[in-house]
Design a protein. Structure first.
Length: 155
């Protein structure tokens, strides 16, 4: 008796850049059609010390201003997702907006779905630039509980 393969869920990660769109296009061309497609963008979390301050320094914004900033980030992230879905013709795709560290959050979402594969792009930085800036794709490759397809930019 043969069992049916588990449903496939593809997690497509975007920051709205041309690199991310290219990575998703390339990834989708390599993968078999998925039963579930999820497009994710992660906006940077707002630093709570902007309100509370640190040490002797007071905060630079009110709690309400922080909430307004968070809402603006969510709206911008949703716009990125809507434009990505439209650009790629992914009419049946689900969209997810999260706030936080991109690498960590992508791995969390991949585990929650659970994703069969994660698709994302990388700038291909190395050396000091990578040490200073970090690498979201490197974190995801090392920590995701599923395969990761990474497309490196040519620029």
């Amino acid at each position: 008796m043969t069992t049916a393969p588990p449903p496939t869920t593809v997690l497509l990660c975007t920051d709205g850049s041309d690199l991310a769109l290219s990575a998703i296009r390339e990834g989708l061309a390599l993968l078999a059609p998925a039963e579930r497609t999820v497009v994710l963008t992660v906006a940077a979390a707002v630093d709570p010390t902007l309100v509370t301050g640190t040490g002797f320094a007071g905060g630079v914004m009110s709690f309400d201003e922080k909430n307004d900033l968070i809402e603006a980030q969510r709206e911008n992230a949703q716009t990125i997702l809507d434009e990505t879905v439209a650009e790629l013709g992914l009419v049946d795709a689900e969209t997810i907006v999260r706030l936080g560290d991109a690498g960590h959050t992508i791995c969390e979402v991949a585990a929650e779905l659970p994703a069969s594969v994660v698709v994302l792009g990388t700038h291909g930085r190395s050396g000091l630039r990578r040490a200073v800036i970090g690498s979201t794709s490197d974190h995801v490759v090392r920590h995701a509980a599923c395969p990761v397809l990474v497309q490196q930019s040519q620029g």
